[in-house]
Design a protein around this ligand. Structure first.
Ligand code: ARG
Length: 571
């Protein structure tokens, strides 16, 4: 589509210039003015001629009619005037030749570009707090973050995915006290985070009755900060027990991180930044605490040090950003968190700017809305939070049930059930624009119809099975022309992939891809319904339709991978 837009813009410019030689537009500017007509039967792109009426001193419908005449020899399609619009439609030669040719030539790279070449992007996502349950609230940061990483890599950026673990703070003093009082190594080794959470909850209950526990906790954290070997050993163990559980979930999602440097890593990197803040005169003492006043920017003050001199969440973020800039020299540093943290990011981004770091504008916060699950059915062991592992398990079990009924002889049942079960949740989540609050139901996510993950994966598997049949029948994927409208519609949909990638990156919005996947599935399934493939009436048609199937399957596979979905060939 981008190529078509470019060629259309050049043609329009040529036509305008022939009417008024001294126009000052460039082809790029015209390309930027092109729109998609609401009704695709009218055309694939439209030029709104009112943009020219001042310059040409004429009414838009008249301009459209004149330009239509001057562009009637357009080699990639046809032009027609509809009211004040000049509409262009891609020819089937263009679709079968250029679009399909490009998809085949680029293969797995179709849709990619090299706009990010030589530039580095850091992505901070998932970042759970150690010893805390990994719950549905983490789904957003984890899959939006990873998808943004894959998308940036796809267009050539050198990406570093950082899991900025919440692994430091007074809560670890509490955890240490709780463990010594009520914990047991074996139980925790076996029960994992759930057991760590249990004793942590108990700590709070007990501290209500006996507040001196809080002092003990503070003392233990202080010892930890001072490098007490015994406390450090315990802390390291808490981290590893927690990570073992997170990693199981990451594995199901196919996610790996390049770095796990969490908050603790920045302990010795904060003093320099605090010093800089102090010297610059930005830091003020307010009721004993050190703050940066942001009232001029309509924000509450950013807290840097507590009364007792201890550092805070923003302090660590500032030190981490400076470290990352030095280490990765990023073009963008992206933070994916719930929108509840939007103020926190706005505040410390401002402080970074006031500190004089000229890269402050390379920091990007990508917020997302809240998720709730409509399922009293979802078993959880920690009160009313829905744990991701439970959600995934239930989804996988449901898929297994459906598969037992629909396809009991399938190979690799377990793998496929996991790919479909976990994929259903990811797809359902990434279908919505990220900022929206969503409520989802497992039944809806798992439906094999409608805009769901299983429907998309199933459509991909269908392309695989057709290609297998074609191979058995010795049908090659070569040559041919469009003979059916559904073939053209499919090719047009496939031609949009590169611009969807661009939109997903520019808007930090993977839902562009998720929705596009449904467009491809719909176009492919319509084509499949309308056009016999391996049983088409002649060899040319068979070959061409196999080509189309291969192209659609290829685009689906790439697109699904970009939103953290797996693509089993049989379901
Ligand atoms: N650990 C934090 C939480 O669970 C999220 C960290 C986000 N990243 C950051 N650099 N602040 O809320």
């Amino acid at each position: 589509m981008q190529y078509f837009k470019k060629k259309t813009a050049e043609k329009i410019l040529e036509a305008i210039t022939s009417v008024t030689p001294d126009v000052s537009f460039t082809a790029d500017e015209i390309a930027g003015m092109l729109e998609y007509p609401p009704d695709q039967t009218m055309g694939d792109v439209a030029f709104p001629c009112f943009r020219l009426s001042k310059i040409l001193r004429s009414a838009p419908p008249k301009i459209a009619a004149d330009l239509a005449e001057k562009t009637s020899d357009f080699e990639f399609g046809t032009a027609s005037a509809v009211g004040g619009y000049l509409n262009f439609k891609m020819s089937s030669d263009y679709l079968a030749g250029h679009v399909l040719g490009e998809i085949e030539e680029k293969g797995e790279k179709y849709g990619s570009s090299d706009i990010g070449k030589g530039k580095s992007v850091v992505l901070d996502y998932s970042s759970p707090n150690i010893c805390k349950p990994f719950h549905i609230g983490h789904l957003g940061t984890t899959v939006i973050g990873h998808s943004l990483k894959l998308l940036h890599e796809f267009v050539g950026y050198d990406c570093t995915g950082i899991n900025y673990l919440g692994d430091w703070g007074t809560q670890f003093g509490k955890q240490i006290v709780a463990f010594r009082k009520w914990g047991d190594r074996e139980t925790i080794e076996k029960g994992g985070i759930d057991e760590l959470v249990k004793i942590y909850v108990k700590f709070h209950e007990e501290a209500e009755k006996d507040p001196s526990l809080n002092n003990q906790a503070r003392a233990e954290f202080h010892k930890l900060e001072e490098g007490d070997e015994e406390n450090l050993e315990l802390w390291r163990w808490f981290v590893s027990v927690s990570l073992a559980e997170y990693n199981r979930t990451y594995k199901q999602l196919g996610i790996e991180f390049d770095s796990y440097k969490g908050e603790s890593f920045y302990t010795d990197k904060m003093p320099a930044q605090v010093q800089k803040l102090r010297e610059s005169g930005l830091m003020k003492i307010d009721d004993g605490a050190s703050i940066v006043d942001l009232s001029e920017y309509n924000m509450p003050p950013c807290l840097i040090l507590k009364k007792d001199g201890s550092t805070l969440y923003p302090t660590r973020d500032i030190a981490a950003a400076v470290y990352r800039k030095q280490t990765y020299d990023f073009e963008k540093c992206i933070y994916v968190t719930s929108s509840a943290q939007s103020l926190h990011f706005a505040q410390w981004f401002k402080v970074v700017e006031l500190m004089g770091y000229d890269w402050f504008d390379k920091l990007v916060h990508v917020p997302y809305g809240t998720v709730s699950v409509d399922g009293a059915k979802l078993a959880t062991r920690t009160g009313n939070v829905v744990l991701l592992k439970d959600l995934f398990r239930q989804s996988i079990e449901k898929v297994e049930e459906i598969m037992r009924e629909k396809n009991p002889d399938l190979d690799n049942k377990e793998d496929v059930a996991e790919a479909v079960g976990v994929g259903a949740i990811v797809f359902n989540y990434l279908f919505n624009s990220r900022i929206k609050d969503i409520n989802f139901t497992l039944d809806q996510a798992l439906s094999f119809e409608g805009s769901t993950g299983p429907y998309a994966q199933y459509t991909y598997a269908r392309t695989c099975s057709i290609l297998e049949k074609a191979k058995d029948a010795g049908i090659e994927a070569v040559g041919g022309v469009c003979t059916h409208e559904s073939e053209e519609a499919l090719l047009k949909t496939l031609s949009r992939f590169p611009e969807k990638i661009e939109a997903a990156i520019n808007e930090y919005e993977p839902s562009n891809i998720t929705r596009y996947i449904i467009d491809v599935c719909t176009a492919f399934n319509r084509f499949y319904r309308d056009c016999p493939i391996v049983t088409a009436e002649n060899d040319d048609m068979k070959k061409f339709r196999v080509r189309l199937t291969k192209a659609a399957g290829g685009v689906l596979k790439t697109a699904l991978h970009l939103i953290c979905m797996r693509t089993p060939e049989k379901i």
